[in-house]
Design a binder for this molecule. Structure first.
Ligand code: ARG
Length: 282
């Protein structure tokens, strides 16, 4: 599995530069749960239901990643947010259509009506909450730093004078931008995978990203990369799904689904199973 995962990942990196995890279909852990299928579409598509368009930014393991290349829209994606969307669709009797885009474009897509909601491991922040409504928080995360395995950096302060990569418009971007540390450069990537490629190549010294995805990138390239947290520097963050300010009806409906999922421990269950199923370490 480890080798398969690594090889597949390299292929995905080279071919698409946009996914951060992948794997074969089926498998015991993933197949064990209804909503943890590869796609919300085949099992739950109902021609009588209206469509709900979900914006996401794939390439973020294990919340939204490309599981298959070159298949129909929803079929390509897997992850915690994708499974939650499948459950939301079924409970609200809506067909979910996934629109994958750069993270930095998601809030605009919501405001312009291009998507009905956003599920993209998006951190709830007061500045964003002026532009969109957030659901109840459904996951707690934080920033980690990915560096080359033999580099001397073990804290954010160690990165003074160094070049740091982030995904544009993310909380990693904001934390690095606002840091009172004199980095030589801050390089902003639309997608995380090309940042990781540049880190491996040595053209940046570190990449700051949410814990789960940062650790997954490091584990995928464990011969070259490692990841560490810096809890004195970064605070905790909570993910919420995002909605148009005026669409409070959908917000309330999705909140009800998320609250049930949280009460059941379902979100942790999804997280653990995606990580276990795709674990580079097994
Ligand atoms: N949680 C971070 C933020 O809200 C990063 C999210 C990146 N998500 C993604 N699907 N690429 O800014």
């Amino acid at each position: 599995m480890k080798k398969f995962f690594a090889i597949l990942l390299s292929v995905v990196f080279i071919m698409s530069m946009s996914a951060c995890a992948g794997g074969g279909g089926g498998g015991t852990a993933a197949a064990a749960d209804d909503y943890m299928s590869w796609s919300p579409t085949p099992a739950y598509f109902n021609p009588d239901w209206p469509t709900l368009v979900m914006g996401t930014a794939a390439g973020f393991f294990p919340f939204e990643f490309i599981a298959h290349e070159g298949e129909a829209v929803n079929d390509r994606y897997a992850g915690v947010d994708i499974s939650l969307a499948a459950r939301i669709g079924r409970e609200l009797e809506k067909n979910i259509e996934i629109l994958d885009m750069d993270f930095g474009g998601l809030i605009f897509a919501l405001q312009s009506g291009e998507v009905d909601f956003v599920a993209a491991a998006m951190t709830i922040r007061p500045d964003r909450a002026e532009m969109v409504n957030f659901s109840v928080p459904y996951f707690t995360a934080g920033q980690w730093v990915v560096v080359q395995i033999d580099s001397p950096y073990n804290s954010m302060a160690d990165l003074a004078g160094r070049s740091v990569g982030v995904q544009l418009g993310t909380t990693g971007d904001f934390a690095v931008t606002d840091a009172e540390i004199d980095f030589s450069d801050i390089v902003r990537f639309n997608q995380p995978a090309p940042g990781i490629v540049d880190l491996i190549a040595g053209s940046i010294d570190a990449f700051v990203f949410d814990s789960s995805a940062a650790r997954a990138f490091a584990a995928t390239h464990s011969d070259r990369l490692r990841a560490f947290p810096d809890t004195t520097f970064f605070g905790a963050e909570q993910y919420g799904m995002a909605f148009h300010l005026e669409n409070t009806e959908l917000l309330a409906q999705v909140n009800a689904v998320l609250e049930r999922a949280l009460a059941e421990g379902y979100i942790d269950y999804l997280y653990d199973n995606y990580v276990a199923y795709f674990s580079p370490a097994d």
